[in-house]
Design a protein around this ligand. Structure first.
Ligand SMILES: Cc1cc2nc3c(=O)[nH]c(=O)nc-3n(C[C@H](O)[C@H](O)[C@H](O)COP(=O)(O)O)c2cc1C
Length: 220
């Protein structure tokens, strides 16, 4: 080793922290209308679901369940969502644009994963904790998608919380719950915008957050 090698911080902790912070802050919601029709390799979907499975859960109940729609099956999902919206939406809340979007989203995104929460038989762990565990799993999915460069969107229109939706994904409507749809697809190329083409990261949407200091109470 040359004598003038600087004492750079290459310890694993700082490298892991830098990598984790970069990925967490890079994770962005990218909606189906911003996705193009390039196919998502099934191995990427498998990696995303594998990482979901490493989420924490109280008593290791692992309450997350996934129903993956790809190819023509997405048309079944789109048709079901539209039917459910018509069935469940009060006349005063009905919006034609929302109905249309429910039919379009599963077809614009190459993969639509319907997220389920399944209670354990004993129901000892409170429902809220099972929902929290599934949210951790979805965050793992979203982080993994962002690491790959895939667009992802956790969508929760009110119809996902209905008994019909639970049954649709083979869950028990009395105990279990659908927690939304996770859309996955490649983000649309930036097109002819020269500035956006100058660097890969310029195409990725920028996030926005308020100050964390306002959300913290320190007690010493
Ligand atoms: C539990 C949950 C449900 C969400 N449901 C919706 C939704 O139904 N529609 C929507 O436009 N965005 C939804 N979002 C995405 C948020 O709009 C998005 O996370 C927020 O705008 C911040 O953007 P970012 O994810 O790029 O940081 C949801 C996010 C979470 C965590």
């Amino acid at each position: 080793m040359p004598e003038d090698t600087p004492d750079v911080p290459l310890d694993p902790t700082s490298l892991r922290l830098a990598a984790a912070s970069a990925l967490i802050r890079r994770r962005r919601t990218i909606k189906p209308e911003q996705m193009d029709n390039r196919a998502v390799d099934k191995r990427f979907v498998a990696a995303i679901l594998e990482n979901a499975n490493w989420a924490p859960s109280h008593a290791l109940t692992e309450p997350w369940r996934f129903t993956v729609f790809t190819g023509e099956a997405r048309e079944d999902l789109a048709a079901f969502l539209r039917r459910l919206y018509v069935l469940k939406t009060a006349e005063e809340d009905f919006r034609e644009d929302k109905l249309e979007k429910l039919g379009i989203n599963p077809l614009r995104a190459d993969v639509a994963i319907v997220i389920g929460m399944k209670r354990q038989d004993s129901e000892k762990i409170p429902e809220v904790e099972e929902i929290e565990a599934v949210a951790c799993a979805v965050q793992n999915m979203h982080l993994t998608a962002s690491a790959i460069g895939l667009g992802a969107f956790w969508s929760t229109p009110p119809i996902v919380y209905t008994a019909e939706m639970s049954k649709f994904i083979e869950l028990d409507p009395e105990r279990d719950q659908c927690l939304g749809i996770f859309y996955l697809g490649w983000p649309e190329e930036a097109g002819s915008d020269e500035k956006a083409e100058s660097a890969e990261d310029d195409k990725w949407p920028k996030g926005k957050r308020g100050s964390v200091a306002e959300k913290i109470i320190w007690k010493e």
